[in-house]
Write a protein that binds this ligand. Sequence first.
Ligand SMILES: O=C(O)CCC(=O)C(=O)O
Ligand SMILES: [Fe+2]
Length: 336
Amino acid sequence: MSLPQTAASVSGAFDSIPVVDIGCVSTPEERAALAQQIRDACMNVGFFYISNHGIPQETIDEVFSAMKAYFSLPLETKMKLYHKEVANFKGYAPVLDSNIDPANRGDLHESFEIGWEELLAKENDEKRVNDGAMSGANIWPLEPAGFREACLGYYHAAVGVGKVLFRLFALALDLPETYFDDKTRDSAANMQVLHYPPQTGSDDDRIVGFGAHTDFQCFTILWQEPGIQALQVLNSESRQWINAPPIPGTLVVNIADQLARWTNDVFRSTVHRAINRSGVRRHSIPLFFGTDYHVQIEPMPSCVSLERPPKYEPIAAGDYVQKRLEEKYHQNATFS
Ligand SMILES: O=C(O)CCC(=O)C(=O)O
Ligand SMILES: [Fe+2]
């Protein structure tokens, strides 16, 4: 069956999120079997967990303790790097600064955002220069000590996982394995460390940790703090929220809007939200992974048919992301 034919036969109904072991990729047969599992997950759910992702536990532990220390600093200290006073959305965003779902009244989380940067600073960092409007130096807080190294250590490991995933997505789309390689040389890859204070007040559904939304880039790789349920994924058939609890040793991967556009919605970019009613603080780390700035995103021929004509106009990847980011931060919270 062609991709559009298969897409027409799936419903978007699911009651759990599949776990895919990406550790076994040495032979072409193993990669083909894995690609099949990923294709099923992307067409049915738009979300899957990956196990055996290869990021050392130590790297995760370091960023987790650094972000906890950072978010424990006084608000005035964190506001010195307020992202609206820094180019390109880098830096700190306080609680209720964003409001991703226009029906809501503010997102109950704070964040710190970074983009590409070599661990050992380079004088002429070409990657950054080539990054167009998504470039711009990161800014770093003076404390806690080691925050930059811990964040970048995890960032580079997660970018490596993103490169592996792009190859698996190519196979899952019946494309040559290297299809995305020359489109992801200076990939957009923005990472946020997030802190969700416990939500203990009234059950006002218009204030949640992270309102219902889809992500903007090609896909997101998410680390969640162990033991705390917050992330929920929408089953578009039954309109029910399905919990996506942290599973030890895994990361969550979700398809985002650019890859949905590129695949003419053969891969689903699924609505999700986060609500922290655990009674304790919760942390997570999304890495939003995309392509080089000037890559044209338009429905690829293998995902188009007479019955499934192209649903989207071509657009440069970077322009699209820029537009979506501006929308996100201009729909400011009106919390009273
Ligand atoms: O914190 C989470 O579990 C989800 C975060 C998220 O959806 C996002 O940052 O786009
Ligand atoms: Fe998201």
